[in-house]
Design a binder for this molecule. Structure first.
Ligand code: FES
Length: 148
């Protein structure tokens, strides 16, 4: 809780600080815990409902505890054409989960996303925001091994 308070305090006086604070909290915890929502409401002097609304509006923010490592698979057309579906199948097979699920040990969550701005290396996945491109199903185990 002290860490959450400290993170929020860093952004309290910054324009757009609430969203920046949520980014920083999510980077630390992989999601925005309920305590962070309450603390943000207090710090930014906003109703909890409004703070919750901001946290749930953006698809890249989550108030649900997902996996420690968030894998996002680009599902936009350029990646789709270059074999994103086969990459998803390889990730699903490697982790034993389906798109939208989290592994039982909480280590990985697998989500679809829109273009992540790395179209020069389609198909692309990101893990905790770091892009991995020019993927093939054969390359997936080695990429995931870096996070196990
Ligand atoms: S379409 Fe996949 S990174 Fe742009």
């Amino acid at each position: 809780m002290e860490k959450i308070s400290a993170i929020i305090a860093n952004y309290k006086e910054v324009p757009g600080g609430l969203i920046e604070a949520f980014h920083a909290i999510q980077k630390e915890y992989s999601y925005i815990p309920e305590e962070a929502l309450k603390e943000a409401a207090k710090a930014f002097n906003l109703p909890l409902s409004k703070v919750y609304g901001v946290a749930t509006f953006y698809s890249y923010l989550s108030v649900k505890n997902r996996g420690k490592n968030i894998i996002r698979v680009c599902a936009s057309a350029p990646c789709h054409i270059k074999g994103a579906a086969e990459v998803v199948a390889a990730v699903e097979k490697e982790l034993g989960i389906k798109l939208g699920e989290t592994t039982a040990d909480g280590k990985f969550a697998l989500e679809a996303t829109e273009c992540v701005g790395a179209c020069q290396m389609t198909p692309v996945i990101t893990i905790n925001g770091k892009p991995f491109g020019d993927l093939t199903p054969e390359k997936v185990p080695a990429v995931l091994a870096q996070f196990k």
